[in-house]
Design a protein around this ligand. Structure first.
Ligand code: SF4
Length: 525
């Protein structure tokens, strides 16, 4: 078998994606990259400021491979395809069979861009899904309007809502509204990228880039905790890895386990920063005919058995600042309490728990927890999910990159809203916010690793793909003259590639996580 060709006839190595040169005066020996507003003039053998483009023998090339996905990752046939593509990107070694029917999808990762957006997207790829003619418009978007929403599964106090979040000494975000069992951060965004000093913009960009690419980064919350964040990993709060996401609030925990405590405890208090639950007062205890215990809680009573503000927020019991659970109790009511009363106090994760028995003076005395009670406490822990960090990328795709899809950009926006167009980022499904524009949100863990790049404007570079029926693409004024078959795109790269084959990288979508981008039922209608 002949060994694969390694260069083009002009000496450009196979695998490098040639991109459009600029038409204008550039100093001899340099090429100008116009793939973002920085307009780097790149010397022979050097790369541009973003490390994504290079001058190779006077030709501007995109350095990273284009990532594509295959549905048939487990089949031997697909493995053979993988091997052939890895073996190198010579057109002679690419499969001759119709990739459209094999379930191959070109992502925007490494695809190059439409910027400055007067030109069609680099890949406008025809394929088939369930017998329907499809088209996917593929590009790398350059996003100045983008941020990360970070969900941290912990009830520990990280900082006040609206507290600033710092990275490398620069303010790059804030704590936003907590959700059920999770603290939330909003990081990056246009104000931090553009509204402060240069270093602030750079640090906001660096943080988004790291977290988007599933890497770890440490942030400091104003008057709060130092937290190490990494998508899909446990958060590390002030040096301690978080283990458990709480089972629910204190009231919910009382409801869940009331029946299991019946007969074992005379009173149970589930300590929680937000809603502390008290079993015998709670509807659950009353429904089980438990007699009142005479307990008094230092906090603001919301409804029977549910108390707010029993302590300040912190990293102690149930996300409060307490280490002694008895500190939230007042005097027992002698009309109702009795010597020998059995009291369980626990946190919402079961990580903290203590057993007390009232003495003759109605004072709670620590005692050894009976094994049956310990078993129920352990069940609280068993019902906690692992504490994780989730990172969602939010970006506005309703701007000029639409011109890479259609001459009439509003038609794309309307088609996305009507679900005629499926929007994906690196093949991962994007949620589109209601209202104006194309504001998308995607879980970075559903994207291939290292999907994000940066340019020093500063802005994030992220892959985006618009898939739709070919007939719908025509109807919305798509660039029909640039539609090419999937096989042709795999062999020859982007349309402006001048016949230079594209360097390809195989990615297997996580099994069972993402729907196939071309199988969106509303789109197929
Ligand atoms: S920073 Fe912008 S102009 Fe410079 S090489 Fe990267 S994409 Fe091109």
């Amino acid at each position: 078998m002949a060994s694969p060709t390694t260069t083009h006839s002009d000496g450009l190595p196979l695998g490098l994606l040639r991109v459009e040169p600029r038409h204008g005066p550039v100093r001899e020996g340099k090429v100008e990259c116009n793939a973002c507003p920085v307009l780097c003039h790149i010397s022979e053998g050097r790369v541009g400021a973003c490390d994504r483009y290079a001058n190779h023998g006077g030709v501007l090339v995109r350095l990273d491979p284009v990532v594509f996905l295959s549905q048939q990752s487990q089949s031997s046939e697909a493995q053979a395809l993988h091997a052939r593509l890895d073996a190198e990107t010579s057109p002679q070694t690419l499969p001759a069979i119709d990739s459209a029917e094999r379930g191959v999808f070109i992502t925007g990762i490494g695809a190059s861009t439409t910027y400055p957006d007067y030109k069609p997207a680099p890949f406008i790829v025809a394929s088939k899904s369930k017998g329907v003619d499809m088209v996917t418009v593929v590009t790398e978007g350059i996003f100045s309007y983008c941020s990360l929403k970070v969900k941290i599964d912990t009830d520990r106090y990280l900082g006040d809502e609206r507290a600033a979040v710092h990275y490398q000494g620069e303010e790059i975000g804030h704590v936003t509204t907590a959700e059920y069992g999770s603290q939330m951060l909003s990081l990056g965004g246009v104000h931090h990228l553009t509204g402060g000093g240069k270093k602030q913009g750079r640090m906001a960009l660096e943080l988004m880039h790291r977290l988007g690419n599933q890497q770890a980064a440490e942030v400091q919350i104003e008057n709060g905790a130092k937290v190490v964040l990494q998508a899909g990993c446990a958060p590390v709060v002030d040096g301690v890895p978080e283990q458990r996401m709480r089972v629910g609030c204190g009231s919910a925990a009382v409801g869940m386990f009331a029946r299991q405590w019946l007969g074992l405890c005379d009173e149970v208090v589930v300590v929680d920063d937000h809603i502390t639950g008290v079993l015998t007062e709670h509807q659950a205890g009353r429904g089980l005919h438990m007699p009142p215990s005479g307990i008094r809680i230092n906090g603001r009573k919301s409804t029977p058995g549910r108390y707010f503000q029993v302590a300040a927020a912190g990293t102690g019991w149930g996300g409060t600042d307490i280490s002694d659970p008895l500190s939230i109790l007042g005097e027992w009511n002698p009309e109702e309490a009795w010597p020998g009363l059995r009291l369980l106090m626990t946190s919402t994760t079961g990580e903290h728990a203590a057993w007390f028995v009232l003495d003759e003076a109605l004072q709670a005395q620590p005692a050894e927890m009976p094994p049956e009670v310990q078993h129920v406490v352990e069940r609280i822990g068993e019902n906690c999910e692992p504490s994780l960090v989730s990172v969602l990328f939010l970006a506005g795709a309703g701007g000029s990159l639409r011109s890479g899809v259609t001459d009439n950009p509003i038609q794309l926006t309307r088609a996305v809203k009507k679900a005629l167009v499926n929007v994906t980022c690196g093949g991962a499904p994007a949620y589109i916010w209601p209202g104006g524009g194309i504001t998308l949100m995607v879980d970075v863990l559903r994207m291939p690793a290292n999907s994000f790049g940066t340019v020093p404007t500063p802005a994030i570079v992220a892959p985006i793909e618009f898939s739709m029926k070919l007939s719908d693409y025509q109807a919305l004024g798509g660039h029909m003259g640039f539609v090419r078959s999937l096989d042709d795109s795999l062999k020859n790269g982007a349309w402006h590639n001048d016949g230079a084959p594209t360097q390809l990288k195989w990615e297997t979508p996580p099994a069972g996580v993402n729907p196939w981008p071309l199988d969106n039922p509303p789109m197929l209608g």
